[in-house]
Design a protein around this ligand. Structure first.
Ligand SMILES: [Zn+2]
Length: 258
């Protein structure tokens, strides 16, 4: 299984920045988990292959690239872009994004081949298929209804927390998962901003340490994601100081093979 966190911004030299402003994680170049930078940072190959988008929640940094992705592909699609999300997230997308004011309601539009976008609601806790993957959404602890995911291609499994503060159900699922290679877990703010982290339901390095203590796995690698760019260096220092074996940063743009 190939997993890649797409870049979301550029350095002065035009290359991709290591900072993560947006969230879009591609699996095997075909399935997108969140769509923050999907339109902006996906390759031509990925644009040709991605027809399934799974959303953790409707915050802008996770959906910003979705309307543009459908728009870019509109005339060439031979099948609709399938949006997998909870009923609550679908309602927000239709009400606040694809509402003809912010962007067209693609779910009502067709090209010469048929519909261009459709919704496939999933229920948290119930396994569902997305392309070649089997996926289970686990409710996590964010400011709005949000899910982490356990994702398997039948050979390997990985987990991702999505945006969250302290959580239990996710770790139960991680502890029970078979053939687990990696766990992606968020850590948005440095310890000094614990109050802001609590208010916005995100983790700090000390919160992350508490979370990892709930995990009974020693057979997989933990990758930190979602570091807020403004505090990135400070947060990385504090994560390093935790001195936890098998805890790394997920590098933006790098393709991981599990
Ligand atoms: Zn969020």
């Amino acid at each position: 299984m190939r997993v890649q966190l797409l870049p979301s911004s550029f350095e002065e030299n035009g290359g991709a920045s290591t900072k993560q402003h947006l969230t879009c994680i591609l699996v095997d170049d075909r399935i997108a988990f969140d769509a923050g930078s999907l339109a902006m940072a996906s390759s031509m190959l990925q644009k040709r292959k991605v027809r399934d988008v799974v959303l953790s929640h409707a915050h802008l940094d996770h959906i910003a690239g979705l309307p543009l992705f459908v728009d870019d592909l509109f005339s060439t699609l031979t099948e609709p872009i399938r949006i997998h999300a909870t009923a609550e997230v679908i309602e927000i997308l239709e009400r606040d994004i694809f509402n003809w004011s912010v962007y067209p309601r693609f779910s009502e539009l067709f090209n010469q081949n048929g519909p261009v976008m459709m919704y496939l609601p999933f229920k948290p806790g119930v396994e569902f298929r997305v392309g070649h993957l089997s996926t289970r959404a686990i409710p996590v602890n964010h400011k709005v209804p949000s899910c982490g995911f356990i994702v398997s291609d039948g050979f390997k499994t990985f987990a991702m927390s999505g945006d969250t503060a302290a959580m239990d159900d996710f770790w139960h699922a991680v502890n029970e998962a078979s053939d687990l290679s990696a766990v992606l877990v968020e850590c948005a703010f440095p310890n000094e901003l614990q109050e802001l982290a609590a208010a916005s339901h995100h983790l700090t390095p000390s919160g992350l340490m508490n979370e990892l203590a709930k995990c009974e796995r020693s057979d997989c690698t933990f990758y930190v994601v979602n570091l807020k760019p403004a505090y990135r260096e400070q947060t990385i220092e504090q994560i390093d100081a935790l001195n936890i074996e098998n805890l790394k940063l997920l590098e933006v743009g790098r393709v991981y093979e599990w």
